[in-house]
Design a protein. Structure first.
Length: 395
């Protein structure tokens, strides 16, 4: 059975930085090809991509991930009746979330103790025990249901049909970010969502050694005769040319999103918007670790997108042997050549040389062997979205 799978391959220079730290504060690393590489975790880049969505997508197309889910749903309840007490809305929300997902939403003992120690005697908002991912439309629907049963919410939710409605509302109208990155509800596996996207840990194409920057800060009110720094410290960093990779299962994405976010949209529209948002967001995003310290705001030098009908394929094997540089050249040009040769070899050997592809380069690097060359990210995103919509059909 034919599938629709997208692969995104990126080569990006990142100057001295520490965008993803380990538990000691040093940039994360991994051994690959027998040498140490710079590494940026998949979670860090997924978070950065989700934050980029805030700029590119409407709120009703997105979700909120929070433990304060009762307050989130209660906001919708209070839109129906602004005079309702907050704690009443919180209670309604907690009970409807429990019915919909199985998750207990209550005030924790730790929160009660902290409030007591601080002398706080007002009402406390209940919270879930773990982060919950709810789309804006799911929040609204659950809030509407809770308000519908406000007179006796416990009895209302005991009705089997109502409880089924609650579960259905939590498991439909998924947002683009839930469909892409998935959702796990520990107490309700039936409302879990399998992620349509897989994101690899970014790795440097070359060997990397972390370095340390020794810094001092001067006290502005020190008199001239008082010498010495007001503060000293160190911060670890490295610089790297990264290979970044992600895959999107378009079929799973379409299944999760359903027919459309609005009745007047063609069936392929939510998938097209999700694919375009992910390609744009993944390409342009940057994890924010130590950004104020290093200002490492680069964009990729080369981007390749492949659309396949079988399984996803990473080209990280191109860099199993670390790229080396000379005094008059960096890593990027060699990395692009390695990527091109490896991709052509893999696709020829495994019979996937008919995969459709698009490639862009900002510095004239030779990417024509990786796909149809495009002039920029806007064109790339548009072409990929159009190809996915045509592949999926317009109804």
């Amino acid at each position: 059975m034919s599938r629709t799978v997208l692969d995104i391959h990126i080569l990006q220079n990142v100057p001295p930085s520490n965008i993803n730290r380990d538990d000691t504060g040093s940039p994360k690393t991994a051994v690959y090809g027998g040498v140490q590489r710079s590494r940026v975790s998949s979670q860090a880049w997924k978070r950065a991509t989700r934050e980029k969505f805030q700029e590119d997508l409407a709120p009703e197309e997105l979700a909120v991930r929070t433990k304060k889910v009762a307050e989130y749903v209660a906001e919708r309840i209070l839109e129906h009746d602004e005079n309702m007490a907050r704690e009443t809305a919180w209670d309604l929300a907690a009970k409807v979330i429990k019915a919909a997902t199985g998750a207990t939403v209550e005030v924790s003992d730790r929160k009660k103790k902290k409030a007591k120690d601080e002398g706080h005697d007002g009402p406390l908002a209940p919270e879930s025990k773990y982060l919950m991912f709810l789309s804006r439309r799911q929040r609204d629907a659950l809030g509407d249901l809770a308000y519908e049963g406000k007179e006796d919410i416990t009895a209302f939710l005991k009705d089997k049909d109502v409880k089924k409605r609650a579960k259905d509302l939590a498991d439909t109208a998924h947002s683009i970010d839930i469909a892409l990155f998935g959702r796990m509800v520990a107490d309700g596996a039936d409302v879990n969502v399998d992620a349509a996207t897989q994101v690899a840990h970014a790795l440097s194409v070359h060997e990397v050694d972390n370095e340390s920057d020794y810094y001092t800060a001067v006290d502005d009110r020190n008199p001239d005769e008082e010498t010495g720094a007001g503060m000293i410290g160190t911060v670890d960093f490295n610089s790297a040319t990264l290979y970044r990779y992600a895959a999107v299962d378009v079929d799973r994405l379409a299944e999760t999103l359903g027919k459309g976010m609005r009745d007047d949209q063609p069936g392929s529209e939510p998938v097209r918007r999700a694919v375009e948002a992910f390609v744009r967001g993944f390409v342009e995003s940057m994890p924010s670790g130590k950004a104020n310290t290093f200002g490492n705001h680069t964009l990729p030098e080369a981007v390749v997108v492949k659309m396949r009908s079988a399984r996803p394929i990473s080209f990280v094997g191109a860099f199993e042997k670390p790229v080396t540089s000379t005094h008059d050249s960096g890593y990027m040009e060699k990395a692009v050549c390695r990527l091109t040769a490896h991709a052509e070899g893999i696709e020829a050997a495994y019979g996937d040389d008919d995969a459709q592809g698009w490639a862009m380069s900002v510095s004239g690097y030779p990417v024509s062997g990786l796909g149809d060359e495009v002039g920029g990210l806007k064109e790339l995103v548009t072409l990929v979205g159009k190809a996915v919509a045509q592949r999926r059909g317009t109804s």
